[in-house]
Design a protein around this ligand. Structure first.
Ligand SMILES: Cc1cc2nc3c(=O)[nH]c(=O)nc-3n(C[C@H](O)[C@H](O)[C@H](O)COP(=O)(O)OP(=O)(O)OC[C@H]3O[C@@H](n4cnc5c(N)ncnc54)[C@H](O)[C@@H]3O)c2cc1C
Length: 470
């Protein structure tokens, strides 16, 4: 491809008079796990709520990028992600049909995603909450009035218009609103390293019984490390991760894959996303050949669908009132203003084909708190950022980023927005004890013996556990 960019040329666009198209109490930008929970929570708690999504369906990475399974909801002993997120998981299981329900009814960790069912469940649940949804709409400019956002410019087939809300929830996954509003942020590691992207996909025509028999016969781990290594040695798979990390059986013949990496992709750059889409599809072709040739049970597979976009694990992390750091994770710290618990391991994928994964688990049954302040961007009063771009260091982002956590953070942001809307205040004035009480009443889990503001208790700091794999 030729590079036709002309970075030094600029054009001044004439000032535009735009219609104010919507005046909700709360606007949520981004209809992924975070935005779905935020919109449902805000609307259920009485705020008029508008959810804006650039695609024609909800689900973000879990549907658009075909991420094939939900990460664990439990800490190995009990669910730590409850509330709206858990309810949506259960609704998907029940809506996906008898076969799916029979397979996964008892499971809360690594439940495969039936994408088309999940899209319909999300539609139904968001609409039932009373939130309004606007698809095919991009939020591309914020209007500022001191420390407040006074309007959000949206673009869609109807043209450009302005949403004037009291409260703004950035659930874009990339902290787009925060960046547009001038909130400071970091991207990736100190040397600009970023987790790779993965183009996920779904195949049909697999034979689960034959595959299971093969695993039993040779005693191999389902991630097929030996076969992947052999194919890499034979030049039939590229170098990089030595195993298939995500293989999700949706039925006995339909399988979702989260396999392999595309490196050096900044998900906030259109050129990188374009290259990743093309490279990702080429990689899938290579992988399908590998699966057919090397893996019993996959000889007759047929590629049904690849992601509408490459899956992006990491972009911006905002600078918030508190930055959650790896020591908080390892010491399983509880904060007075916790709005969720996290027990998912630190899961940082290799930044290039020659490096390794960073994995650190907490002990079974353990978790740490996620403080409300991580979601409050410095310098802005009526903006909250939830999801994978909250204020954290890079290792913690590698853990917080998964969908169950995004549901929990989104739910808290939505409840806080509804409370701020009623009192006409900013996010920092929201009463933390009242927010925590509401979250717990509505099914969220904030710990068994929390030292939370609402409980007014001392906070015990847990012991440190540090485990390095790979
Ligand atoms: C390859 C890969 C594998 C993963 N594996 C797992 C896994 O197995 N299990 C798990 O639970 N998690 C997994 N994750 C993590 C998880 O999928 C994401 O981190 C999570 O979905 C983030 O949720 P979110 O709602 O914050 O953002 P997203 O899912 O990215 O959703 C953001 C939404 O906002 C929309 N949007 C963005 N900007 C704008 C804008 N300006 N205007 C309008 N709309 C906008 C997007 O279209 C999108 O729908 C994986 C991620 C990747 C990439």
């Amino acid at each position: 491809m030729t590079n036709s960019s002309t970075n030094n040329l600029t054009v001044t666009i004439p000032a535009q008079k735009l219609t104010v198209s919507h005046t909700p109490d709360v606007v949520v930008v981004g209809g992924g796990a975070t935005g779905i929970a935020a919109a449902i929570a805000a609307a259920r708690n009485g705020a008029s709520t508008l959810l804006i999504e650039q695609r024609g369906y909800l689900g973000g990475m879990g549907t658009a990028a075909l991420v094939p399974a939900f990460c664990p909801y439990t800490d190995g002993e009990k669910p730590v992600i409850r509330g709206i997120g858990l309810d949506l998981l259960e609704k998907m299981k029940h809506a996906a049909g008898e076969d799916f329900l029979n397979r996964y009814e008892q499971l809360l960790d690594w439940v495969p995603i039936d994408v088309e069912t999940l899209k319909r469940v999300y539609d139904a649940e968001v609409l039932a909450s009373g939130a309004q949804v606007l698809f095919h709409t991009v939020a591309d400019q914020v209007l500022l009035d001191g420390d407040r956002i006074s309007g959000l410019v949206i673009s869609n087939k109807s043209g450009r218009s302005v949403v004037q809300a009291k409260l703004y929830i950035d659930a874009s996954g990339d902290a787009d609103l925060a960046a547009l509003a001038g909130v400071p942020f970091q991207v990736g590691g100190e040397n600009g390293e970023l987790q790779p992207g993965t183009m996920c996909y779904v195949v049909t025509g697999a034979d689960k019984n034959r595959f299971s028999q093969f695993l039993a016969d040779i005693g191999q781990h389902p991630q097929l490390e030996e076969l992947v290594t052999l194919a890499q040695q034979n030049g039939e798979l590229p170098e990089g991760r030595k195993r298939i990390s995500g293989m999700a059986w949706i039925s006995n013949s339909v399988v979702g894959f989260n396999f392999g990496h595309v490196f050096n992709i900044d998900g906030t750059k259109a050129e990188d996303l374009t290259r990743a889409a093309i490279e990702g599809r080429q990689l899938i072709d290579t992988q399908i050949r590998f699966l057919k040739k090397y893996v019993p049970g996959f000889e007759h597979i047929f590629l049904v669908h690849s992601g509408d976009q490459i899956g992006i694990r990491e972009t911006r992390r905002i600078q918030g009132d508190y930055t959650l750091v790896v020591d908080d994770f390892l010491s399983m710290r509880t904060f007075e203003d916790d709005i969720a618990r996290n027990s998912y391991f630190i899961d940082i994928h290799l930044a290039n084909a020659g490096s390794t994964m960073t994995i650190k688990h907490l002990p079974k049954g353990k978790s740490h708190g996620v403080p409300y302040r991580c979601m409050l961007p410095q310098g802005k009063s009526n903006l909250i950022v939830a999801g994978r771009s909250v204020s954290s260091d890079r290792p913690v982002q590698g853990s917080l980023r998964v969908m169950p956590n995004c549901f929990a953070m989104g739910e808290a942001a939505g409840v806080a927005a509804s409370m701020a809307s009623v009192k006409d205040i900013g996010f920092r004035e929201v009463s933390i004890p009242e927010l925590q009480r509401k979250l717990i009443e509505q099914g969220a889990y904030l710990g068994d013996n929390p030292g939370l503001a609402y409980a007014d208790q001392e906070v015990p700091v847990g012991s440190v556990h540090y485990e390095e794999e790979n």
